[in-house]
Design a protein around this ligand. Sequence first.
Ligand code: SF4
Ligand code: SF4
Length: 179
Amino acid sequence: MTAPDPPIETRLERIAALAAEYRDDYEAFGYYIETMWDREDRPAAELDALVDAIAADVIPQIDCTACANCCRGLTVGLTPDDIPPLAEGLNLPPEHVIARYVDRQGAQPHDEWGIFRGTPCPLLRGKLCSVYAHRPASCRDYPALTPDFLWQRANIFTGVGHCPIIFNVIERLKQRLAW
Ligand code: SF4
Ligand code: SF4
C-alpha cells in the first residue's frame, strides 16, 4: 500500500527552514533518482510524467496570489520578445520600458539579454503582478518543473526554500519514490 502524500505546507518561513535543514538531502535525493532511472533504464519522460501528475495535484492547493515569493526574491531573466507585451501592458513605448525597467549590464554576459531592475520585481504591487496578462515568459514558465526534470533537478532544487510549489512537489516525489 502506498503511503499517503504529506500534507501541503504553505508557510514560507517553515518551508525556508525545512529546505535549509534538508539541503544535503536534496543532493543525495537527486543522485538517488538518477541512479534509479539509470539502473532501471527508464526514460526521462517517465519521471516528467510523474512530476507533472504530482504538480497537477499540488498547484491548485497553493495560492500564488498569497505568496509572490518568486516575484519578491528572484532575478527575472528577460528576452527582447518580452518587451512588446510589457509595453502594451504598461502603456509605454518599448524604449521607455527598456530604459525604466530593464538592466542589461546586470544580465549574465553570455546567456541573458536582460533582467528586471532590482528585487522585488518593480512590477509587483503588493502580492500581485501589475502586468499579469503581459508578464515575461520566464514568469509564465516558473517554476518550470518539466520537461527534463531529471537533468534540470539541481537547478529546480535551488528553489525549494522559496517556492511552495517546488517544495511540496519534491516532498511528494520523495514519498512516491520511497526515498
Ligand atoms: S513581471 Fe509580474 S510575474 Fe514577473 S516577476 Fe514581476 S511581478 Fe512577478
Ligand atoms: S510560483 Fe512559487 S514562489 Fe511564485 S508565487 Fe507561486 S508558489 Fe509562490
